[in-house]
Design a protein around this ligand. Structure first.
Ligand code: UFG
Length: 378
């Protein structure tokens, strides 16, 4: 049976978003709805809140019973539950976010990470295939480059060994999804390698809501700014970077979300140089040279590196007061700098990040100050 076609109107296209109640997922659902897509969310709420989806409805102007957005509280490991979702909806494509994502925790709980992320994706793809759904956009990470061989990092930069199980799950799943296409050219796969997503929707209604003490820089800085934590620990000031602190490519989560919509449009041949590399144009037509024409790989970043101190100072401008910090030793496994070349996404997807670091911090602050305890206050 043929794969489902994406060459139709958005209003007729139903997208399954796994992990759609999470940080990046919820922002992506907003952007999909804004462009007229129908959305089905599957999320087990293990690290997210249904309140996020209620707020997505508010942002999108959808009544509680509007079935352009449907939610199922299910795990992607639950084959029967997933089958029921595919039976109930004519799903055309999948954007797959669901997965555990804490680097440090993954070292302590490798079995849980491999099981949830890898086995969960295998179940998802198997059920999707049984329903002739072979269009998938996968949430990958710049972590697959390991210590990058060059910066800015292009998609041709070789992958390196991951330094933790979380990173390995991303790397392994890229391989799994690529092999699906090699075995069956009807699969259309897009691997999106995110750099450092931060910020929040400009409404302040949805944002990042980490459980416990945040591991990542931005939520930590935001909680210091709002007075929940005393000071930011800056992990190392002796890196070979302009101010000695680590440099990353921070990207506004709304820009990132729009990158997913661009990837879907590209798959459907609606944007980009479709004939040459657009996935929609080559379904069922293997490339003669054996290249993986049905697997699109894109970095999603801004192309601009910012240091830890740049971030702290940008956040100070956003919140209007000083943010205390102290220099600490380097964190194990961190690299000095990591930023993207995003030319491929610009040229092929017609996508570029629009928002700068000040805007990211302003939106993050709006979310954090209005929701100091995240969705728990709702
Ligand atoms: N940092 C601090 N203090 C903190 C937290 C972080 O100084 O409290 C520094 C880090 O040393 C690093 C920078 O801030 O220089 C960013 O750290 P994050 O933890 O926010 O982000 P990472 O770049 O380490 O990790 C991110 C994602 C991972 C992904 C990784 C590789 O969170 O999912 O990028 O692409 F695997």
């Amino acid at each position: 049976m043929a794969n489902r076609s994406l060459a139709k109107d958005h209003a007729d296209t139903c997208v399954l978003v796994t992990g759609g109640a999470g940080f990046i997922g919820s922002h992506t659902v907003v952007e999909l709805l804004a462009r007229g897509y129908r959305v089905v969310v599957v999320d087990d709420l293990s690290n997210s809140s249904e309140t996020a989806l209620e707020r997505v409805r508010t942002i999108a102007g959808l009544a509680p019973d509007d079935n352009r957005l449907v939610f199922y509280e299910d795990s992607i490991l639950d084959r029967d539950a997933l089958s029921r979702v595919f039976d109930a909806h004519d799903i055309d494509a999948i954007i797959h976010f669901a997965g555990f994502k804490a680097v440090g925790e993954s070292v302590q709980k490798p079995l849980e990470y491999y099981w949830n992320n890898v086995a969960g994706t295998l179940v998802l793809c198997d059920v999707a295939r049984a329903h002739n759904v072979k269009n998938i956009v996968f949430s990958s990470s710049a972590t697959v480059y390991g210590e990058p061989e060059f910066c800015p990092i292009t998609e041709n930069c070789p992958k390196h060994d991951a330094t933790n199980p979380y990173g390995w799950t991303k790397s392994m799943l890229e391989q799994v999804l690529s092999d699906l296409y090699v075995g069956d050219n009807e699969w259309n796969v897009v691997l999106l390698r995110y750099f450092n997503p931060i910020g929040a929707h400009e409404s302040g209604l949805i944002g990042e809501d980490p459980k416990g003490i945040p591991n990542n820089l931005l939520p930590y800085v935001a909680q210091v700014a709002v007075g929940k934590l005393a000071r930011v620990g800056v992990f190392g000031d002796d890196y070979p970077t302009p101010d000695g602190t680590g440099v990353r490519d921070y990207i506004h989560v709304v820009d990132l979300a729009r990158g997913h919509v661009a990837a879907l449009d590209w798959m459907g041949g609606k944007v980009g140089t479709g004939e040459a590399r657009g996935l929609g144009s080559i379904a069922g037509e293997p490339a003669e040279d054996g290249t993986r024409r049905g697997v699109g790989i894109f970095n999603l970043g801004t192309g601009t590196g910012s240091s830890v101190l740049d971030v702290i100072h940008a956040f100070e401008r956003a919140c209007g007061h000083k943010i205390p910090y102290e220099i600490k030793p380097r964190r194990a496994g961190d690299i000095a700098e990591n930023y993207a070349s995003c030319d491929k996404a610009r040229d092929e997807l017609g996508w570029v990040a629009e928002y700068d670091l000040d805007r990211m911090c302003a939106d993050s602050w709006r979310w954090q100050s209005a929701n100091p305890d995240g969705y728990a206050t709702a």
